[in-house]
Design a protein around this ligand. Sequence first.
Ligand code: URA
Length: 426
Amino acid sequence: MSMVDTINKKRLGKVLSREELEEAFNGYFQGNIPDYQMSSLLMAICLRGMTDQETLDLTDIFIRSGEVLDLSEVDGITVDKHSTGGVGDKTTLIVASIVASLGLKVPKMSGRGLGHTGGTIDKLESIPGFRVNLSREEFIHQLNTIGVAIISQTAHLAPLDKKVYALRDVTGTVESIPLIASSIMSKKIASGADKIVLDVKVGKGALLKTQEEAIEISRLMKKIGHHYQKDVDTMITYMDIPLGTSIGNALEILEVMRILSNEENNYLVALSKALAAKMVQLGLGISIQDASIRVEDSLKSGKAYKKFMELIEAQGGDISGLRVSSHTQDILSTKSGHVIDMDAYRFGKLSLDLGGGRKTKEDPIDPKVGIVLKKKIGDDVKVGDVLCTLYLREDAPFIQEDLTSYYTFQEEVEPPKSVDDSVEIV
Ligand code: URA
């Protein structure tokens, strides 16, 4: 079947066979199908969806485009974690440090930013010298010595997903349940861990906007995992407001360090502890209560912080060289009231526009830019208060937009007038 026939078939909502999917996706991988035709097929999939069988087939095609990492030389139980993507989501760095400090092995293959959401690899690359590409031998050696390694999706593992992922990012074809499920699960299966915890994010700042979508993708990813005999668990977590207080690559590394030093206490910390506990429960086969106690202990004792520093050093990073932009702009509120909501999506887009993410596949990113949130849900704000501080590119002009509209306020209610005041004098 020609690619045009395959596109038309999906456009009409029909089911593609394994052979048709192979022809299209393997053809794209080999360079025989151009970007514009693959974009069109991806858009048809976004609009028409895929059956479970098509999603399983596509996952398998992604996996078979590269090698499956053999982790049998790693001593101990391997536990992986993945998030479906959010704004300010630095949980991987926190969670991997905690879990590895408790004796489990965390082989982590992470992605770059996608759409308005950030990526762990871009965050790590803000640390000068940090190597996100390790050879297989280095990866295994590091897991056996310090228990954790975080690498970029290598050219060897699910390389077809990598190519498709980059195209989706710039063609409006990110937000599709079967495409997200097959993309994530192909990488998880190819990276070879025994056990996998999936953080399924839902809300305004997430790729999935409704609880129904989150439940559906959890079901689908568990089904794919079980097909490959993997122990998979999922947690559906909220992503309506940015996670934590920083958005932007270097700024988020600094925030991770503060959290691992027990200097912060917010929803991001609670979420990271819950995810880490789930990984420890799954990995060690203990109760969630016992797992939670171990997680607390790792943080309180500084073991998790130490593990994060070991990870950076092992991968060549020099944390003393981490820099954020010195060109900053305080955004002042033009309203007063009680903050009841924040638009995570717009904050994610703003960080991308400041230079923290990519608009085309080739765009370089600026690790030093981003946003530090000074006011969050629950805070009272007066006109003129600093809502957030922007870290701009060194040569960028100040932002003129009134960012107050990114916040929803419960406006200050005028105190009721006295009865006498309300009497109308004719
Ligand atoms: N994360 C991935 O790895 N793939 C997606 O498609 C979305 C989020």
